[in-house]
Design a protein around this ligand. Sequence first.
Ligand SMILES: [Ca+2]
Ligand SMILES: [Ca+2]
Ligand SMILES: [Ca+2]
Length: 465
Amino acid sequence: MPIGRFTRSASVLAAGLLLTGMAGAPASAASGPNLKVTAVAQQGHWLLGEYVGLDVTVSNIGDSVVSGAFGTAYSESGTAFWVDQHQWGDLDDSGTGATIAQGETRTLHLTGQLGSTYYGDSVVHVEVYGAGDTDYSDNVQRVTVPLATGTERVAGVLYGDTNGDGKPSPGEALAGARVRFFGVGTTLEMYTTTDATGHFAYDGLPLSRIAYLSFDRLPGGWIGPDLPDLRLDGRGAYTALEVAATRPLSDVLHETLTLDKASYAAGDTGKATVTLTNSGTKPLTGLFLNCDAGGFGSELTVTDDQWGAFGYQRKEGTLAAGQRIVLTATGKVPDKAAYTGVTGLDCSAQDGHTGGAPYVSATAKVPGKVADSRGQVWLDKDGDNAPDAGEGMAYRNLVLLENGAIRAYARTDTGGYATFKGVPVGNYELRVLGPWKAAVPDGGALNVSAPPYGGGEWLVQFVAN
Ligand SMILES: [Ca+2]
Ligand SMILES: [Ca+2]
Ligand SMILES: [Ca+2]
């Protein structure tokens, strides 16, 4: 509905129109100001929440100036359509109104936003008013903003472009990859898998202003590409997608990391050597090292500037095809490392845009302190992925291994709990003697730290070996 000043003005105008009719003269022949409006909505199959252009032309086709001219636009029926009134400039009905000379034409490029609930096509009422308008029949125009309808199919093929021709070729299908679809505000995450020919399909999807399609768990080291957002308006723009996977950066960029010693004391300076090699046939640019020094507080405190052009701040490293470069940096072994028994460094080498960056880490010991280490080992007997009463591994012998050698023993109590006494701080592998193995690949990894570090009791799940 019209608001504020415009509402009052329009009711006054209606009285004027009635008087003109009583005089019996053709409206167009009357002398005085006469505003005329035309409006055109931006073409499209519009979706809820989208912004739509509305071009409005306001002309004074009368023979005298119009003062106090206002305009408004609002949805009369159908899906809501909101136009910020301030876009009308001096025709904004919260001001004093515009002055438009006879013969003058104003063009306004307005933008409205569709509402978030579907009520069909939006019928937008566009109206202008000026004092003393001699013919009101041309002051209102209704324009329809058509809304998209139906559902959408998203389907296509995932391939690895081995022969580099930019399209799927025989033998390039990537089967068994996980596909994820998500329509913002319209669907939950929906997963499917590419078939033996690399194809995937989603049918009957709700229309969506923004939707995402992504791929992971690809075979052969391929990486799912970053695809542009999808806009599902029911016209089938995505029914035959050809999605090219990408190769990981680690195919051509190789990284190693070594430390100058196997053991340090807190306060020592450690030296890290990173080697980068480009085994590809093209130059690599924009390279940088992303080293998580300080992430756990025990790593060498290496400053980024020591990597030169390959620093995270600069991101200017380059490697010609076949080139190898050796980078070194030094850093202090932090005090905390004396309590965790470990220091080191980990770095990924990236180019800022290619997935599958190489990542390496190296550790060294920081011996001296000893600590007790207590925790529980358990079997998930009822398969609910949670440790329950009665699932502790009672009266079992446990060992801590370092590089395969036994460094400590302990025996569990009736609840599966055990304490390793006086263990040198550091990284170990926890094992239950017998036909058992830690439930996940690195599930047996255990760091023994001295107080105040260390996170209390550990809890490690085992499964039958
Ligand atoms: Ca008029
Ligand atoms: Ca191809
Ligand atoms: Ca359980």
